[in-house]
Design a protein around this ligand. Structure first.
Ligand SMILES: *[C@@H]1O[C@H](CO)[C@@H](O)[C@H](O)[C@H]1NC(C)=O
Ligand SMILES: *[C@@H]1O[C@H](CO)[C@@H](O)[C@H](O)[C@H]1NC(C)=O
Length: 380
């Protein structure tokens, strides 16, 4: 056999015995999952520009720590979803609603500030609407991609900025939403009424997950809801004596959040049975955030009730806005060092807090099943 032919035979043998198992590992069989894309649904905790694109720009000093300019995030810098993108080695997710300079090659972000699971809250972009946007995104992407394939002499640069149709079923679908169902509920009804609405909130959530599954989504990464009673504005707005726990959070509000999380956990047990091909990881965001607040001092933060930007005078004034209320001028500028505060603006976490939380959740220590994010395709 001549050397060239021998090399070819050896290569074929190599691919036959070694190549296939390597491909399988690459697809998530044994090693890491290598999700090709991420689709995120949520509220301001993971909005990377949606609400800013749709309504008013989130103003400076938002973005001061990391981006150096307002970046559509209600934060001084990066959000947990940004640290997830870094971990998975993707560019930061662009907001679906953002029409300028966006790239959806590795996913899209449907999260928008103020969103709740059920319609009729602070924002029109409730979860069901976000999922409809995703379905439209998927069908238009598929149409455009196939047209570019069949006519591959034109518009090729566009291809580098759109998702691959065959990757929708390999992508990671993330959810971080429910906090506004609680906050809006507390503002407009009693805590007991909010508690009674939990089954309906979760039914609506379940429908959204099932819709994504029907569209081919298989890998789900679900953040439960955080300790809403530990947000500075909740604490400052609490007027019930005895309603503050040992670390300074509002007890009753947190109890409702925990009840929602208990029922969410049960729902996901049920969904794992009903959607046999789904791999669902539940992240106990509540415990991660609560742990951070309880360890504020030892982790280098000031009191959990402090925040860096915006103000509270019995009502909440936005970070970055100069506001005149009854003749009094409020300049809502930022503090000198946002990294000393868990809360950026009384409602949203600072970049430093987001980094701490991301560090603690991404290795799987708050996950059920306890897998790190790059193994979430193996969750059973
Ligand atoms: C502003 O003044 C009006 C009239 O005195 C009062 O009803 C209202 O509560 C005040 N608003 C705030 C936010 O203090
Ligand atoms: C995950 O990371 C956190 C923060 O670095 C660390 O405290 C924890 O022990 C880690 N857990 C696991 C299971 O690796």
């Amino acid at each position: 056999m001549d050397p060239l032919k021998l090399r070819r035979v050896l290569l074929i043998l190599f691919l036959g015995f070694v190549g296939w198992p390597m491909l399988l590992i690459g697809a998530g069989g044994l090693g890491s999952c290598r999700f090709p894309a991420v689709y995120n649904f949520g509220d301001s905790n993971s909005d990377t520009g949606g609400i800013s694109a749709a309504f008013n720009v989130i103003e400076s000093p938002n973005g001061m720590t990391f981006f150096g300019h307002p970046s559509g995030r209600a934060c001084d810098g990066r959000l947990i979803v940004d640290f997830i993108a870094e971990k998975l080695k993707f560019p930061y997710l662009n907001a679906y609603l953002d029409s300028v300079g966006t790239n959806f090659r590795h996913g899209a972000n449907f999260a928008t500030g103020g969103s709740s699971i059920r319609p009729g809250g602070y924002s029109p972009f409730h979860l069901g609407l976000q999922v409809s946007q995703f379905i439209q995104f998927k069908s238009r992407t598929t149409y455009l991609y196939n047209r570019l394939q069949s006519n591959n002499r034109t518009n090729i640069p566009i291809k580098s900025s759109i998702a691959r149709p065959q990757e929708f079923s390999k992508a990671l679908y993330m959810f971080d939403i429910a906090q506004n169902d609680l906050s809006y509920g507390f503002q407009h009804s009693s805590e007991e009424q909010v508690r009674a609405s939990i089954p309906d909130i979760l039914n609506t959530f379940s429908e959204a997950v099932q819709q994504v599954y029907k569209e081919g989504g298989r890998y789900f990464w679900v953040h439960n809801t955080g300790p809403v009673g530990c947000l500075p504005f909740s604490i400052l707005d609490n007027h019930r004596p005895g309603n503050i726990d040992s670390i300074g959070c509002v007890k009753s509000a947190n109890e409702v959040a925990q009840e929602l999380n208990r029922q969410l956990k049960n729902l996901l047990v049920k969904l794992r049975k009903e959607l046999p091909l789904a791999r669902i990881t539940l992240i106990d965001m509540y415990s991660a955030k609560y742990l951070l607040v309880s360890k504020a001092k030892t982790e280098g933060f000031l009191s959990p009730v402090s925040f860096c930007c915006g103000s509270f005078h019995g009502f909440h004034l936005n970070c970055g806005k100069k506001e005149v209320v009854n003749g009094t001028v409020y300049e809502n500028n930022a503090c000198k060092d946002p990294s000393k505060h868990i809360s950026w603006d009384g409602i949203h976490y600072s970049e430093a807090a987001n980094l701490w939380i991301a560090d603690h959740i991404l290795n799987g220590s708050f996950s059920d099943p306890p897998l790190p994010i790059d193994k979430a395709c193996q969750a059973l």
